[in-house]
Design a protein around this ligand. Structure first.
Ligand code: HEM
Length: 518
């Protein structure tokens, strides 16, 4: 991917001011005599301060800390994909689509340690022949919330206390313990999966159900799962704590150096598909982001692979200014009615208009490789010619061609199966995945999870918060709960939750087993 001009790369460039005029000495400040005041006519000095004073832009409100690289996606199973989607990039085996990937932590600031206990973001921009598609994932199949209105509360509690400006263990656990639908994500976060070894040794999931659509208007639910070719590898808490102290940039450095050495990281992409009919009878509400599907419940079928083959030439230009959004979709890939996804369809482009400006999609790393033609004009930093002399309205004399869409939105019958009602009601079904997860951990991993929770929850000063959080762990598994209770100095309180009536009864005979859950 070529984002820099050859002039910028050349070693023999001449030092100039921003207007391109050669200038003799970058260290010059003009003054009267040897000790006199500076001169307002020193345009070089005013320019360099004017530029420096404006270097910082708002960091991402979440996922501020991250690293990125470029590469390509290659389709390997067009036969399968074409049964379900008209996506151009999946239409031919061997077709390569250029990508940019950014991997991030969630709660820390831009300069924070990248080995913190946190989920990892995994955002991919596919520059397809039919426009850019962003798939904005995490290294986990589920999330803490299924009601988007909770997102701000959740994020505030994982960041800093408004008074002390410190990370606050009371806030952290107060939120999670009073919103128990988060329990499976919390179990994953406090296992060693919460401290992955760098950015290359972890898997990624879309989490949400999206929809694959065909030209005839038919559609299926789809989730994607990306499996690291490097294998899954994690730090223990002790190792992660040590590395945060000795090298807070470990993951960023590890990714950069691997690519620089030609040791290109890769991921295999699998799709899971459910028809709307299958979705209605499925064990979990497919619009519930707190539930995994698991490859043994819904087969994971390989559809392609991607590799990171090129480091950014300039971090700010190609990683900091990258703007990924679930609303950047292409034909054949569409949102489902998952309420969290619906909220994300708004939030990302909205924040990027603030963070990067109204014309953020003109920044080279964000611009599609195909021409853009529409009626959006002007605004700050409009740098690509502003669509020239083409009419800026639906002209009858010089029209831009309209794309002949053969499918119709009317045929999109959505199954909402209770997803939009009772978003916060927690029932027994919300603990199934956590129980499966706990039962499938090795004894060492179970002990690590216990000590990771004890080390963190034990720092929460308020006893009732420690007690409430412990009760949730005890509801998942009593041995787990008792060990945590002993570690954080509380008694185990019994909790009861109603059965989940909406789930399809026959699915409860299935044993949850997922080879996609590490
Ligand atoms: C970043 C909002 C849930 C993955 C962001 C950003 C916002 C945001 C505002 C900053 C974007 C930017 O500055 O460019 C939300 C909201 C959510 C939500 C409102 C729920 C209501 C999720 C979920 C996932 C996710 C469920 C994954 C499945 C990411 C990733 C990034 C990100 C990977 C970093 C993108 C990058 O590298 O630039 N989110 N988010 N988020 N979010 Fe979310």
């Amino acid at each position: 991917m070529q984002l820099q001009t050859s002039e910028e790369d050349a070693a023999d460039v001449v030092y100039t001011t921003e207007n391109g005029a050669p200038y003799s000495n970058p260290y010059d400040a003009l003054r009267i005599g040897s000790n006199g005041p500076l001169l307002l006519q020193d345009y070089h000095l005013t320019e360099i301060f004017g530029s420096f004073d404006r270097e910082r832009i708002p960091e991402r409100v979440v996922h501020a800390r991250g690293a990125g690289a470029h590469g390509y996606f290659e389709t390997t199973n067009a036969e399968f994909c074409k049964n379900y989607t008209m996506m151009d990039m999946l239409s031919e085996n061997g077709l390569r689509t250029p990508i940019t990937l950014r991997i991030s932590t969630v709660g820390g600031e831009s300069g924070s340690a990248d080995e913190a206990r946190d989920p990892r973001g995994f955002a991919v921009k596919f520059r397809t022949r039919k426009g850019n598609l962003d798939i904005v994932m995490n290294n986990t199949p589920v999330f803490f919330i299924r009601d988007p209105a909770k997102f701000i509360h959740f994020i505030h509690t994982q960041k800093r206390n408004p008074q002390t400006h410190l990370k606050d263990h009371d806030m952290f656990w107060d939120y999670l313990s009073s919103n128990p639908e988060s329990n499976y994500q919390v179990m994953r976060l406090f296992s060693d999966l919460g401290t992955p070894y760098g950015f290359r040794h972890m898997n990624a999931w879309t989490g949400h159900s999206y929809r694959w659509m065909k030209a005839d208007g038919s559609w299926v639910y789809v989730k994607l799962y990306c499996e690291s070719m490097q294998g899954v590898k994690n730090f223990t808490n002790t190792e992660a704590t040590a590395i945060q102290g000795s090298n807070p940039d470990f993951a960023t450095q590890d990714l950069f150096e691997a690519i620089e050495e030609g040791n290109y990281p890769g991921w295999t992409v699998y799709a899971q598909v459910l028809t709307p009919d299958q979705a209605e009878g499925f064990m979990f509400n497919v619009l519930d982001l707190t539930k995994d599907w698991g490859c043994s419940l819904v087969p994971c079928v390989e559809i392609g692979k991607f590799y990171l083959t090129q480091n950014p030439t300039n971090y700010f230009a190609e990683v900091e200014q990258a703007g990924f959004s679930p609303s950047h979709v292409v034909d054949g890939w569409a949102a489902s009615a998952d309420p969290v996804l619906q909220a994300r369809m708004f939030a990302y482009s909205d924040t990027q208009r603030y963070r990067l400006g109204a014309n953020s999609l003109q920044i080279p790393v964000n611009a599609p490789i195909v021409p853009v033609a529409n009626f959006e004009r002007d605004g700050y930093m409009n740098v690509n010619g502003n669509q020239g002399s083409r009419p800026n309205y639906m002209s009858t004399t010089s029209p831009i061609q309209l794309y002949n869409r053969t499918w119709s939105f009317d045929s999109h019958q959505q199954w909402i199966g209770g997803a939009v009602q009772s978003l916060s009601a927690v029932t027994e079904i919300d603990f199934l995945w956590s129980r499966w997860f706990w039962n499938n951990l090795t004894e060492t991993d179970q002990q690590n999870l216990i000590s990771n929770v004890v080390g963190h929850l034990g720092e929460a000063p308020t006893k009732s918060i420690r007690e409430r959080a412990t009760a949730i762990f005890a509801h998942i598994n009593i041995t787990l709960g008792e060990a945590i209770a002993a570690g954080v100095g509380v008694d185990v309180v019994n909790l009861t939750f109603p059965e989940h009536s909406a789930a399809h009864p026959t699915w409860f005979n299935h044993t949850i087993h997922s080879d996609s859950s590490t």
